[in-house]
Design a binder for this molecule. Sequence first.
Ligand SMILES: Cc1cc2nc3c(=O)[nH]c(=O)nc-3n(C[C@H](O)[C@H](O)[C@H](O)COP(=O)(O)OP(=O)(O)OC[C@H]3O[C@@H](n4cnc5c(N)ncnc54)[C@H](O)[C@@H]3O)c2cc1C
Length: 402
Amino acid sequence: MAETLDLFEQPNRTTALKQLANFVPKAGMSYTSKRNYDFGPANHNYVSQLSPFIRRRVLSETEVLSSVLKKHGLSSSEKFVQEVFWRTYWKGWLEMRPSVWSEYQSDLKRLEDQIMTQSGLRRSWEMACEGNTEIDCFDFWAKELKETGYLHNHSRMWFASIWIFTLNLPWQLGADFFLRHLLDGDPASNTLSWKWVAGLQTHGKTYLARRDNIFKFTNNRFAPNGLSYSAPALPGIPHPGLSSLNLHNTPKSNLKTGLLLHDDDLELSTILNGLQIDSTIAINNANELSPWECAKSVYKFVNSLIEDASKRYKDRIGTVKIVKKPEEIIAWSEENNLDQIVTAYAATGPNATMITNLNRLGLNIIQISKKYDQKAWPHATHGFFRFKEKIPALVKELGLTS
Ligand SMILES: Cc1cc2nc3c(=O)[nH]c(=O)nc-3n(C[C@H](O)[C@H](O)[C@H](O)COP(=O)(O)OP(=O)(O)OC[C@H]3O[C@@H](n4cnc5c(N)ncnc54)[C@H](O)[C@@H]3O)c2cc1C
């Protein structure tokens, strides 16, 4: 069965940087030709496996892209660069349509009730989550995900397709199963990728998992029988209109200032820029990702990365207490008589919801965004193909090759 990936055992920035250095030579030809193959849990050597670190900005997109572009140039590393920008595109897309996340969460609440009252649905859902469906590849991936916290992109696509079109389970429950177990679980990339497979993102365009494709790209490890031969798009509603982005907030330098750390962005240098921090607190909100409990490994992973960031910035931010509940942030702010709290911009998801609620309760939390997001997100207005055309200009504008 799946082996735990050493890379994620004791996560910190040093390990992430080592993994980046290992991967950079492979980001050109090797990635272009082999990235779609899933050779199994101990052999994910042709993809970077950097997503859990990029997700929390222990490695920033900027530094990953610069390292790769410096080595290979854009034309040789185009495929890899585009994948990193897929993430950026999903983040920007959801940021301008945050109601898609709240709708998904309401759907999950409804499904939670249905699971309690409908034994057939509950049984099918449990069998899928436990990897007991008798579709060998699917069962293998369910277990691999739970044991390692990672799945190859192609296996995520096949898994989601089988979940929706062969097992006929609601896509939201599959997205939730991923979010509770993936170390890179991300509200934007995960929700929108599941919707994409279901035909709800690019309306009418679905993804069908096929036996011959699985056989080829798992290097002959699986040839599943009994998969659905068709993938009719699920009925959906039109996408909501665009909300405006609010990415340009500046804290005041003469106020008593606290710092709030969260796992959406642990790269703090842009926030600390010239500010004096009186006190720091961190929140681990991983349990807010789902109505069900998230995997202990995810919770632990987030804690380790927050602890690592706390050590790295210790001289400037002091001792950091990690809390689980927003009320503890209110108490900390009062104890320290803070006038303002600065934090990294939290994109749509549990941290963003928490910050909005805390500000409604009277806290003054100022979210500071990165130049990378400010420049790239506004282009996520339509499909990825339109966004993709902006990549060369963004690479130049952000100085990623210099
Ligand atoms: C159903 C489904 C659910 C997914 N859920 C998540 C999720 O919760 N979090 C997440 O980070 N990615 C998600 N992805 C996207 C993708 O599968 C992972 O980012 C990728 O497999 C991570 O592995 P890697 O770092 O080895 O990728 P690499 O191939 O090495 O790619 C480099 C980086 O580019 C980004 N990236 C690559 N492919 C994609 C993609 N298709 N969409 C968005 N970003 C991408 C990631 O940040 C990744 O680290 C999902 C895809 C599908 C089909």
